[in-house]
Design a protein around this ligand. Structure first.
Ligand SMILES: Nc1ncnc2c1ncn2[C@@H]1O[C@H](COP(=O)(O)OP(=O)(O)OP(=O)(O)O)[C@@H](O)[C@H]1O
Length: 370
């Protein structure tokens, strides 16, 4: 068993509270990404898991064993984890083979087995031909694959990854994303991946924990974060979400609600237990908006503030609504032409009523159990 339980962990540096009541329950073999802006505490959480930092309160269990709690701190090397760092953390004086074999040597794995394992994992990450090179003679992507090979060779059941693609260019990031997915499929390891890049998190992870100022705001599947954000902060953070006020919310008890948005009636999605409300905030993604060919009854009037050619579509930034216009974005399939200042008519085809913050317990992050 290699699941991870993080239960109500607090971590401070002096008077600075960095982690506040962080709780996450991660299944064995699950790929979890922790997503948040710079400085929100992601690296600190990873360092607590890895055993580089003690916790002030709460508990961390790995594989059913308590590894961190006040008065208990198992050292990193006894936690059975592999760590892939942003800066690769390779030994500069060692060759690729020596770097990959290092942990096995320290663990006392006999030479014939060590050599066989190292050769196998280097083939897996397609570095067999570069086995005798030093890290200085490798590209950034190759160095990161050496770091991955090192984890594969150790057969760690839990792998922590600290922004492993942050230093790489866009092409390499795509290739290595596939590498991580393949690594996960091959190894069945529990992966804990921190990043500030939501595309990476949403593409790779089974579940994503959205973190803000030391707290977990929502821990959910990527589709659920996108379609059913639990708070305005998550709604504004995921995808290209905009948060828009709505009035006169009338839920039907089955996850649908009638409401007035930007002066017009709209049919929205909501939680099945959503209550009627005079006002709510809703989450709107670009795909939820449609351009109407002509002024139509019940259309939302808007004017274009910016139109950008994006190849397969035109991206339009608009100010929508009459009484209190809000900034929205939509994508219009090519061929299309719109220009700045043009008046258009929009329809809102979908949207999500963000749950009432007053109705939620303030200390509980939203969760979906698998
Ligand atoms: N050893 C330390 N001593 C004092 N403060 C620290 C220490 N380590 C981290 N912090 C502070 O804790 C906060 C969270 O830092 P952390 O590195 O965990 O954030 P992060 O989300 O990983 O950010 P980034 O994406 O920029 O790496 C920051 O305000 C940081 O200055």
């Amino acid at each position: 068993m290699s699941g991870i339980v993080i239960d109500a962990v607090d971590k401070s540096f002096g008077r600075t509270e960095v982690l506040r009541q962080v709780s996450l329950s991660i299944e064995p073999g699950e790929f979890v990404a922790v997503l948040g802006a710079s400085g929100c505490g992601k690296t600190t959480l990873l360092r607590c898991l890895a055993g580089f930092e003690p916790v002030n309160a709460g508990r961390i269990d790995i594989g059913g064993e308590t590894v961190s709690a006040p008065g208990r701190h198992l050292p990193p090397e006894e936690r059975g984890i592999g760590v892939v760092f942003q800066n690769y953390a390779l030994w500069p004086h060692m060759s690729v083979v020596q770097n990959v074999a290092y942990g096995l040597r320290i663990a006392g794995v006999p030479k014939p087995e060590r050599e066989a394992r190292v050769a196998r994992v280097l083939e897996m990450v397609e570095l067999g031909a570069l086995a005798s090179r030093r890290p200085a003679d490798l590209s950034g992507g190759q160095r990161q694959r050496v770091a991955l090979a090192r984890c594969l060779a150790m057969e760690s059941r839990v792998v922590l990854l600290d922004e492993p693609l942050a230093n790489l260019d866009v092409h390499l990031r795509g290739a290595l994303e596939e590498e991580f997915a393949a690594f996960h499929a091959r190894s069945g390891a529990t992966m804990f991946y921190i990043t500030h890049d939501q595309a990476e998190a949403l593409a790779l992870a089974d579940r994503v924990a959205v973190m803000d100022r030391g707290r977990i705001l929502q821990f959910d599947r990527p589709e659920a974060l996108f379609r059913q954000p639990a708070s305005e902060t998550v709604a504004g953070f995921i995808g290209e979400g905009r948060v828009v006020p709505a009035h006169d919310i009338r839920p039907d008890g089955t996850g649908r609600a009638q409401a007035i948005v930007l002066g017009q009636p709209a049919l929205l999605r909501c939680a099945p237990d959503e209550k009627p409300r005079a006002q709510a905030m809703i989450s709107v993604q670009p795909a939820d908006l449609a351009l109407l060919p002509d002024p139509a009854p019940a259309a939302i009037p808007a004017h274009v503030t910016r139109a950008t050619f994006r190849g397969a579509y035109l991206r339009a930034e608009v100010m929508a609504g009459q009484a209190a216009p809000v900034a929205l974005s939509l994508n219009i399939a090519a061929p299309a032409s719109l220009c700045r200042g043009q008046r258009i008519s929009l329809a809102l085809r979908d949207g999500w009523v963000i749950p009432d913050p007053a109705a939620l317990s303030s200390s509980q992050p939203a969760r979906t159990d698998r």
